[in-house]
Design a protein around this ligand. Structure first.
Ligand code: IMP
Ligand code: MG
Length: 184
């Protein structure tokens, strides 16, 4: 992998597609075990989780019901705005008594997943957990860490594999991080 430019910013290789797929197989194994016979409903959070979800579900043996939802907090900035600006898909959900798994591309401050978790909990599901491809523990401000984590990463801005910078870079097969001034 080579460094790339996305919308005028330099990004360097961070996690390869091969590493991601190897980790997804392991995560799918955990989910097959934990959700066997539970008829789970997965709630992938658009837009970022679309590629993670598409690849992960194809490694599963369990058949999840899939319902995409959308919440957006970031705008086109590199810092979380911590307010939910828009949402869709939420009011069609019937979650009472169901085993719910929220799928996120990345958990940064944790604000988005906390909002969704509270929403889901009001519908009295049998259980609710969170799976995320990436987790930034140093940025996390919540009190409940995600239940399934692909990779723990440091507090850096990343793109690729569904994650964007100003809506660009989502198609990249691997994950890249913003090149810091110090390493230029
Ligand atoms: P949180 O609410 O602060 O946890 O942020 C969640 C959302 O912010 C994610 O679903 C992403 O869309 C976006 N986000 C957070 N960190 C990054 C990053 O490093 N790159 C791209 N998007 C990010
Ligand atoms: Mg985003």
């Amino acid at each position: 992998m080579k460094s790339i430019n996305v919308q005028g910013k330099e990004f360097e290789p961070y996690i390869t597609s091969k590493e991601i797929h190897s980790r997804l197989k392991t995560m799918a194994g955990l989910l097959n075990h934990d959700y066997k016979d539970l008829d789970p409903i997965f709630l992938p959070v658009l837009n970022g989780a679309f590629i993670f979800t598409a690849d992960l579900v194809r490694y599963l043996d369990v058949q999840p019901m899939l319902q995409f939802v959308r919440l957006s907090t970031y705008g086109d900035e590199m810092k979380s705005s911590k307010t939910v600006q828009s949402s869709f898909g939420l009011n069609q959900l019937k979650l009472k008594g169901r085993h719910v798994l929220i799928l996120e591309d990345i958990i940064d401050t944790g604000f988005t997943s906390r909002f969704l978790m509270e929403y889901v909990n009001r519908q009295q599901p049998a259980s609710v957990r969170i799976a995320t491809l990436l987790f930034k523990p140093d940025a996390f401000e919540g009190d409940r860490a995600p239940d399934y984590v692909g990779f723990h990463i440091s507090n850096e801005f990343v793109v690729g594999y569904g994650l964007d910078y100003a809506q660009y870079g989502r198609e990249l097969p691997g994950i890249y991080r913003l090149r810091s001034m110090a390493t230029k």
